[in-house]
Write a protein that binds this ligand. Structure first.
Ligand code: GLN
Ligand code: ZN
Length: 765
């Protein structure tokens, strides 16, 4: 009998119970006991779901109140000193590391003021983990027993589980040195860390754990040889210990083949590999297994919402069985299901046809068990027949194929993706149109989304107010935004995005080819979840999307108003993409839809158009090589397809946030002006990297995540520093990103100071 296995289950709850409970705890509305209880209920529900579905290998310790990597930092005592000096309770210490903590002194407790640890993207997903932060004073030890406790919790329900741990090599490699220990290389701490892992493994074995899943996702990255050695060392060390559970080393999101040296000969019970993302690795991995090692084959996608194609998956599993024998193969999800919404059964608005194409976490449990039954020779004919019907149904769906879009996408030429003239010539035509001063000032697009805006939008969506009433309300917001910007003295204005709830959803809702869920939330970080739209079929634009608001805003002022669109790569990355069409073609379809919007804006008299691409960097394939080179090319081209229809005198802007950007990648977009999140970088090397960037740039001058108001002097100093290496002629003055999460008072004050600083330099230059 071939076993079925799940690498992890979403922990947010089908109705976002975890978000509600944690936020209530943070705001003092729930006690710690109440919070812990909700966590326990979610775990119980998840385990029972998996048990009922017949999953053989059910994970535990995949639950987390914030992030599983942070859990490991806390467990192994990787807690920088700045968090420990306040005598916080365990859960408050944990949340302080996750999100910072500011608290006034009380009679019984000290004043607390500490910022959060760094949070970064989890590989190429939209999940973020809290970076383990090591210092020379870090002393590894077990501070608790969460994996043991949660194993026992499941056991008390009669459910045997396999605890999941982040592996020691990935834990160190994904971490960083703290400010006080910058010359420390985390991997050098391996020798000290391993005994603490062993202590934990022994504890797990002592309570009856037979097998653990140790995640080493860095196996899909480009790793230095030294790290290969670290794998060998770590797992050899474990194998020399008595009384520890057997270990299955799990990788996901790519191929381990370039790192075979790291896992070849490892004395572990087996490996898990992601055969959804990298089916081609099967042969090479199978070839290095010893004759007892098992291979867990990930064939049910943990990163997407599409129904599994049983016929296709079965072939892959059967190929593994042919090589290794049925007793050495496990059928598994490709990764943790953390990256998928919880339960399709909670969707009531999708048509039956569309719904039949999807599979969320709960449904994927059944997929894994049915495939495992099939390859074990059990009769699952009915399930396979139904599946084949669904797969064929989707392939032939009229909602998917749009001949006109396909024709237009196939006809894309380089010329379509090239502006009429190079930047230097365009600039000559733009100067007399805009007559901008030196150090032109602008913002990134959104202004505060006040409660009033959210409430009114909600009313409109529920039908409580008419379209006309809503339009009048939005117009009023635009009028106020324009007036405020004129008063502050900004040079290039925006309409303020009051009508947009989310920069991707807003456009997706207006495009053909998208589908939407009501409850399809996926954790992005902590209590922030995203409900990504789904690209279901060929994408096209039935009618203008932003024209009305933008043109209305422009009618109120003589200053240029910047049209504001979300770029093709970001639209793709922040949606669930199709799995039946390559990413490049999907991006191209969206870029053509945006191109029409850009042309419409221009024709209506809009002279500056910004196309945001904050997700450009995260789409970069994890490894260097052909796939990455290819991405560089098609991503930039998709942007240029959307922006190259305009005349030379029309100014194209773009914007990027939270990522380490390669100036060359940005250069390939050929935007006239780009704005980049910068305020927290504050790094001379980073500025220098952009020194030779040929077009114009605004390096973000203040952090929009904080209500803090920088003074005019602070702006002057910041600009002065950048000017040491960056030329005044190319210098735009703007914040890091959109201001939608801020309040108006601090927004007005900060922008006023920013504009004053720009004026100061205009006098000097
Ligand atoms: N124009 C968007 C805004 O200002 C950009 C958001 C983003 O880059 N994340 O909100
Ligand atoms: Zn941004």
């Amino acid at each position: 009998m071939v076993s079925s296995s799940v690498l992890g289950f979403p922990r947010i709850g089908a109705k976002r119970e975890l978000k509600k409970a944690t936020e209530a705890y943070w705001s003092g509305k729930k006690s710690v006991e109440e919070l812990l209880k909700v966590g326990k209920e979610i775990r119980e529900t998840n385990w029972k779901l998996q048990k009922e579905a017949g999953v053989d290998i059910i994970p535990s310790n995949d639950f987390s109140f914030y992030d599983q990597v942070l859990d490991a930092s806390l467990l192994f005592n990787v807690i920088p000193d700045r968090y420990t000096k306040y005598d916080l309770s365990e859960i408050d210490l944990y949340f302080a590391m996750a999100r910072g903590l500011q608290r006034q002194a009380t009679e019984t407790s000290k004043k607390v003021d500490v910022t959060a640890l760094e949070m970064v993207k989890w590989f190429d997903s939209n999940y973020h983990y809290v970076r383990p932060t090591f210092s020379k004073s870090t002393e590894f030890k077990l501070t608790g027993a969460k994996p043991v406790d949660q194993y026992l919790e499941a056991k008390a329900l009669g459910i045997e589980t396999r605890p999941v741990l982040i592996g020691p090599v990935s834990f160190l490699y994904l971490g960083k040195a703290d400010k006080d220990s910058l010359d420390l290389e985390p991997i050098s701490l391996l020798d000290k860390l391993l005994p603490v892992y062993v202590e934990l493994l022994k504890k797990l074995a002592a309570v009856g754990v037979k097998s653990v899943q140790i995640d080493e996702p860095i196996l899909v990255l480009d790793l230095p040889e030294k790290i290969h050695g670290a794998f060998q060392k770590a797992y050899k060390y474990f194998s020399e210990q008595k009384d520890i559970p057997e270990i299955v080393v799990a990788s996901y999101f790519g191929t381990v083949v370039p790192n075979l040296a790291a896992i070849k000969g490892l004395p572990v019970a087996g490996f898990h590999v992601d055969l959804v993302r990298a089916p081609e690795q099967l042969n090479d991995v199978a070839a290095i297994l010893s004759d007892k090692q098992v291979l867990s084959v990930g064939v049910v996608n943990g990163r997407n919402i599409w129904k599994n194609d049983f016929a296709k998956s079965t072939k892959i599993v059967e190929a593994a069985i042919a090589k290794l024998g049925a007793d050495r193969v496990i059928v598994a999800t490709s990764s943790s299901l953390l990256h998928t919404p919880v339960d399709l059964d909670n969707e009531s608005k999708l048509t039956e046809e569309v719904k039949d194409s999807f599979s969320f976490a709960k449904q994927k449990l059944y997929e894994v068990t049915v495939i495992a039954k099939k390859v074990s020779g059990k009769d699952v004919a009915a399930a396979y027949e139904a599946n084949a019907k669904s797969i064929a149904g989707r392939a032939n769906s009229t909602k998917i194929n749009n001949q006109a879009v396909q024709k237009r996408t196939a006809a894309i030429t380089d010329k379509l993706a090239t502006r009429a003239a190079p930047f230097t010539e365009r600039l000559k035509e733009q100067i007399p149109v805009f007559k901008l001063p030196l150090f032109p000032t602008t913002t990134i697009g959104s202004f505060p989304q006040t409660k009033e805006i959210r409430v009114t939008r909600n009313k409109f969506q529920k039908g409580a107010i008419s379209a006309q009433q809503y339009e009048d309300f939005i117009n009023k917001q635009i009028e106020e935004a324009i007036k405020i910007q004129e008063d502050i003295g900004l040079d290039v204005l925006v309409e303020g995005e009051a009508s947009r709830s989310d920069m991707v959803f807003f456009f997706a809702e207006q495009l053909d080819g998208y589908q939407f869920t009501e409850n399809g939330w996926v954790q992005s970080y902590g209590s922030r979840y995203v409900r990504a739209p789904i690209i279901y079929g060929d994408v096209s634009r039935p009618k203008p999307m932003t024209l009305r608001e933008t043109v209305y805003a422009q009618s109120l002022t003589t200053k240029p108003v910047k049209g504001m669109l979300t770029g093709p790569v970001t639209m793709l990355r922040w949606s669930f993409p199709r799995d039946d069409l390559d990413q490049k073609t999907q991006a191209n379809q969206i870029s053509l839809a945006l191109r029409d919007e850009v042309s419409d804006l221009e024709a209506a008299g809009i002279k500056v158009i910004q196309v945001d691409e904050p997700a450009l960097r995260e789409g970069l394939p994890l490894r260097a090589g052909a796939e990455r080179d290819d991405y560089y090319e098609w991503a930039a081209k998709a942007f240029r397809i959307s922006t190259s229809s305009v005349a030379n005198k029309t100014q194209i802007h773009s914007h990027f946030c939270y990522s380490d950007l390669d100036p060359n990648h940005i250069k390939a977009l050929d935007a006239d002006v780009v704005s980049i999140e910068f305020s927290k970088k504050d790094d001379a090397n980073y500025i220098a990297e952009f020194k030779n960037y040929p077009n114009h740039i605004g390096l973000g001058l203040f952090d929009i995540h904080s209500p803090r108001i920088p003074s005019t002097e602070e702006f002057i100093e910041k600009i002065g520093k950048i000017l040491e290496s960056y030329p005044a002629e190319k210098f735009w003055v703007n914040p890091d990103c959109g201001l939608k999460t801020r309040g108006w008072p601090e927004t007005i004050a900060s922008l006023t100071h920013m504009v004053e600083a720009a004026k100061y330099y205009r006098e000097k230059y």
